[in-house]
Design a protein. Structure first.
Length: 568
């Protein structure tokens, strides 16, 4: 298969994007703020598979490092052993590599820094800036106050430094049960920013960690760990999504109090994609409750799902560039993602003819047993992909929808007594219609115009319609899986009257067995991408294809049929 990546590479190596983050970095470089360095990171928690929103963040963080000749880290925020698994770590590494984000050998983990984080927590205790609290979770919540009401100080807030040091060490040794104690920062219980009201730094979790085993039973919270990780790694620009803007004062407070290297946190609007959900919790529910066939189900917005569906890394990179970087949240139409993959596959996808729902056609004036090899273009957008031969025989298949006894207005396909061109082949005329006892059309008897062969120049006859076909005895039987949008409303997570699961599109998957493909696909391998002429773009499924059975997933239709389908 052809791999036309030049256009994408030209984009990636072209001029830097113009957005507010690049403007900040340009100014930093101008004043030599970080000694001219640019160092970014992508810090996922390994508690699920990455989705298209993470892809945008990967493209942004890696793109910045690439454009400024800097460095890019892949760092796992593995601070909650109850939700994290090695499976997720492995999938994330695969996804980031697939998106061509080069982290070199920098695969890093928050758990690598647990000892250093502990020592820094001790430092804050010694400064009188952290204390061990015995309040239960619900009691802490009650003490926290509201947006308009100041919080109340914990009765354990003024423990002595010595007592706090002793209790914190005993927490580490495992002397207390889950939830029995926490370590909190001592900041300001009346702060208008509720995250600054003595946030939790450590909680007790007696659970085995996927990397450190049972070495630890206290684990840092995100707010405590995040800035420390950035500091240790020498990150210059800590780029987060907009919901972390309110966390920035806490990020700064911890680093300032510890008097350590202090990166700059910058926030941008996260990606919200229509007709899907982007919450890891909801995606996990879809998997666990079997609404979908795993994290890599082609209907999922996960990177692994998109990859299995046939998306290319270039199409997702281009999509991220088209969406751009903004300061305000907005809904991005999924049609834009579909546009990006159509544009990419149109240039690279091998064309083949596949009949999804076959109707047999017998050519009455073509010799029995004769096989005529016809020439077809592999991709009209890329002449370098060459040509292939397509076998034409006495019996062929066409799509059931390409014949109608009672055609609607504007129908330019095959009708009784009518003519239509077979792509790359002849003009045929429908002479006889054969039906079964139920009155269903099961066969057509047609004749060809021998002088109308494509490219022969022997006939001046013109017809309005051209349809695709395959040889009946030379074709390959395949299974086609037609995937559509997973939800029937634009913002399923935002619907207040219904649970998002009630809004799942029941027609999001149609499995077609017995589809017929031209023999060119026999050698297709998992991941190979094709344009099924007139039917859409398809990819060989990596999960269900076997040596004896080819399964193809529809990546996207040739045109946006969604709006039309909603009107019907």
């Amino acid at each position: 298969m052809s791999d036309n990546t030049n256009s994408t590479e030209n984009k990636l190596n072209g001029n830097r994007p113009k957005n507010f983050i690049y403007e900040i970095i340009d100014k930093d470089i101008e004043i030599n703020k970080w000694g001219g360095r640019v160092h970014t990171r992508f810090p996922p928690e390994p508690n699920g598979y990455l989705h298209i929103g993470h892809a945008k963040s990967i493209c942004l963080n890696y793109g910045i490092a690439r454009d400024y000749n800097g460095k890019f880290n892949l760092r796992f925020d593995d601070t909650n052993p109850t939700k994290e698994e090695q499976e997720y770590v492995d999938s994330i590494i695969e996804d980031v590599k697939w998106l061509k984000a080069d982290f070199e050998n920098r695969i890093l983990f928050a758990s690598d820094y647990f000892e250093q984080m502990y020592e820094w927590a001790v430092k804050l205790i010694k400064k009188g800036k952290a204390y061990v609290d015995d309040l239960k979770l619900d009691e802490m919540r009650d003490h926290r106050g509201t947006v308009t009401e100041a919080g109340k100080e914990s009765p354990f807030r003024n423990r002595s430094i010595e007592e706090n040091l002793d209790l914190f060490e005993r927490m580490r040794k495992g002397e207390f049960k889950n939830g029995e104690k926490v370590l909190r920062a001592k900041i300001d219980m009346s702060s208008p920013n509720m995250l600054m009201r003595d946030p939790v730094m450590y909680r007790i979790i007696h659970s085995s960690h996927h990397r450190t085993g049972d070495d630890w039973c206290i684990y840092p919270t995100y707010d405590w760990a995040h800035g420390l990780e950035d500091s240790i790694e020498g990150i210059t620009h800590s780029i987060c999504t907009l919901e972390f803007e309110v966390h920035r004062p806490l990020y700064d407070w911890f680093l300032d109090e510890l008097e350590i290297y202090h990166p700059q946190q910058i926030e941008f609007a996260r990606l919200n994609l229509s007709y899907t959900v982007m919450s890891k919790r909801k995606l996990l529910e879809l998997v666990q409750e079997s609404f979908v066939d795993g994290w890599d189900d082609p209907r999922m917005p996960t990177i692994s799902g998109l990859r299995r569906r046939g998306f290319t890394p270039e199409s997702i990179i281009n999509f991220a560039e088209i969406v751009g970087v903004a300061k305000r949240d907005a809904m991005t139409d999924i049609a834009l993602l579909e546009y990006a993959i159509r544009e990419d596959l149109n240039k690279r996808a091998q064309r083949v003819m596949v009949v999804l729902k076959p109707l047999k056609v017998i050519i009455t004036n073509f010799d029995e047993g004769k096989i005529e090899e016809l020439e077809a273009l592999n991709n009209p957008e890329d002449p370098s992909m060459g040509k292939r031969t397509v076998p034409f025989t006495k019996e062929i298949y066409i799509e059931q929808a390409d014949f109608s006894e009672n055609p609607p207005k504007g129908y330019h396909r095959l009708v009784p007594g009518g003519e239509v061109r077979l792509r790359y082949a002849y003009i045929i005329k429908c002479d006889q219609v054969i039906k079964n006892e139920k009155g269903e059309v099961i066969e057509l008897y047609c004749s060809i115009d021998p002088d109308s062969k494509s490219g022969s120049g022997k006939s001046t006859k013109k017809v309005k319609g051209t349809i695709h076909w395959v040889s009946a005895d030379q074709s390959v039987e395949i299974e086609a899986r037609l995937y559509d949008r997973l939800f029937i409303v634009e913002d399923p997570a935002g619907e207040k009257e219904k649970d998002y699961r009630e809004l799942i599109n029941k027609n999001s998957l149609e499995i077609i067995s017995g589809a017929k493909a031209e023999p060119f696909v026999k050698s297709a391998k998992a991941g190979d991408r094709f344009q099924f002429e007139r039917n859409g773009y398809f990819c060989v499924d990596s999960k269900y294809s076997t040596e004896s059975k080819l399964v193809f997933n529809r990546t996207v239709t040739l045109k946006d049929t969604w709006a039309k389908s909603l009107k019907q």
